[in-house]
Design a protein around this ligand. Sequence first.
Ligand code: ADP
Ligand code: MG
Length: 250
Amino acid sequence: MSQLAVEEIWKSFGGFHALGGVTLSVASGERRAIIGVNGAGKSTFFSIIGGQLRPTSGRVLLDGEQVTGLPPHKMWARGVTRTFQRNAIFPGLDVRQNVRLAILARRRMGSRILAGAGRHSHIDDEADAILGRLELCGRANVAACDLAYGEHRQLEIAIALAGEPRILLLDEPTAGMSPAETQAMVAMLAQLPRTLTLLIVEHDMDVVFAIADSVSVLHQGRVLVEGSPSEVQADPRVAEVYFGQVEAPQ
Ligand SMILES: Nc1ncnc2c1ncn2[C@@H]1O[C@H](COP(=O)(O)OP(=O)(O)O)[C@@H](O)[C@H]1O
Ligand SMILES: [Mg+2]
C-alpha cells in the first residue's frame, strides 16, 4: 500500500480549475520531485495534502486512511508537514530556541515552558543534533531575524524536522538561494533518513537529479508524465511543455 495516495483531486477557484484530476501515489521513504511550469498547480497540490486547502473533489489517503480536507494541525499530527510556515519561526528567539520550541510542541510540553519549567537537557541535545544536520550549529545563538536568507530557509526545515514528520513537503526550498546555499541545502536533503518521505517542488533539474528517485510533472492541473529523473528529462511531452515557457538555451 502507498503511504500517500491522492485520487482524482480537483480544486477550482471560481470557474478556474487549478487542479483537474490529480492522481498520484508515493511510497514510504520515497523522494518525489514535483515539477511543472508556473501556474501548473504544484503549490495548490501541496496545500491540499498539507491541509491548507480543501479539494473541490477527490480523496487523500494516508496509509489507506481517508484524510481528505483535514486541517493543517491534524495533518501535522499525522506526520505530514508542509514548510512555508514562516510564522512557525519566532524572529526574536535564537536558532536553538526556535528548534527547542518545535521539539517541545511535538512532545506537547509547550505549557511547561510557558510555566518556566526546567531546562530539559535532552531537548537541547536533540535540538543540537538537528542543527548539526542542517549545519546551523555555528548559528545556534543567533536571533532568527539576523539569519541570512539561506540560513532562514534551513531553519524552517530544522523546525519542520523537529516535529518528526513522516512526510515532508518542501515547496521550492532553494528558491532565491545563492549557488553555495543551494549546494548546502541539497547536501542536507540528500542525507535525510529514509524513514522520511520527501515531496519537493523544484525547478532546478540539477537539484532534482541530486535528490529525487522519481518525478511527477504537473501540467494544467494534471499529472502529465511520471518516471525517474532521466526518463522525465528525456520525455518529449515534457520538453514541449517547457518550450514556449522558457527562453531557448543560448
Ligand atoms: N487562492 C487562489 N485563488 C484563485 N486562483 C488561484 C489561487 N491559488 C492558485 N490559483 C491559481 O491556480 C493556478 C495554480 O497555482 P499554483 O498551484 O500556485 O501553481 P504553481 O505552484 O505550479 O506555480 C494558477 O493559475 C493560480 O493563479
Ligand atoms: Mg508554486
